[in-house]
Design a protein around this ligand. Sequence first.
Ligand SMILES: [Zn+2]
Length: 333
Amino acid sequence: MNNRDIFPWQTKQWNLLWDAKKNNRLPHALLFAGAVGLGKMHFAEAFSAAVLCEQSVLQNKACGVCHTCGLVRAKSHPDLIRVMPEQAGQMIKIDQIRGVVNTSNETAMQGGYKIIIINPAQAMNQYAANALLKTLEEATPKTLFILISEQNLRLPLTIKSRCQKIIFQKPERQIALSWLQSQAVSGDVDWGLVLNMAEGAPLQALALVEKGTMTLRQAIYSGLSDLSHGKADPLQLAAKWQEHDVVMVFNLLLYWARDLLRLQLTDQQAVLVNDDYRAVFSSLIQRLSQQNLIHFVELAQERYKQILNLQNLNRQLLLEELLIHWTNYYVSR
Ligand SMILES: [Zn+2]
């Protein structure tokens, strides 16, 4: 995907904003809100490229060949500034915001717009948000802030009220599937299943496949099944699984456990994420009490949250704990 085109599920947002740009009605600040994996940052890049491009009016997107487009593509255009945490998962610091606030008060070097993309906006700490707020209150003409957020509830109301909110929704299933099917990935992929796991977000689904999650899923699910039949050792499995991305491992464990619970609570009529495991799950819940299953789900959720909060935890111990519980549900019965 080049930096000029948008994803097929973003045309509504594009038309709205491009119309505003052509009629000189662009607001001072935009908030792109929506789930992870919908391509909000990519959209922000494409829109910025179009706003800055010298010839975009001719084709309603960046031309890709002018001098400006070359600078944007090389990420060296002086009037397009991207503010992100210095390391993934960290906060955006006040010094980073101060830096862009200072430059946003100057007029654009190339005589057009000055665009500042902040992603993810909820990563601004309170001081950074306050520093930004002042700038948003004193609008400079031809300066556009684009705030991107997956969790806009965590943004201060004072900031949100200064932004025009643009909502990115999950695409219709058919649109997402046909886009995924057109992607070059190796091997046979059950995109319907992957899209379920990605909760409908196409880029998230693609990332799952590219990161080898589907292979990991198979290993984990046969491991859990083996445990319930006394054919595997929980400590050995925990040692093996902690070598992988532990957030992903816990995600997979949660999908597994929630599917089992859904099946048990709905008398087997439930819609499952892992529909290909329906027969396996049906047989597993027959030997598993609802009380144990609920406990397992709660425990897995609790540990998952701790891992996400970046607490310094012994991941192998957390996995061992869960797998020993899981094994005991079956051994003791
Ligand atoms: Zn251009």
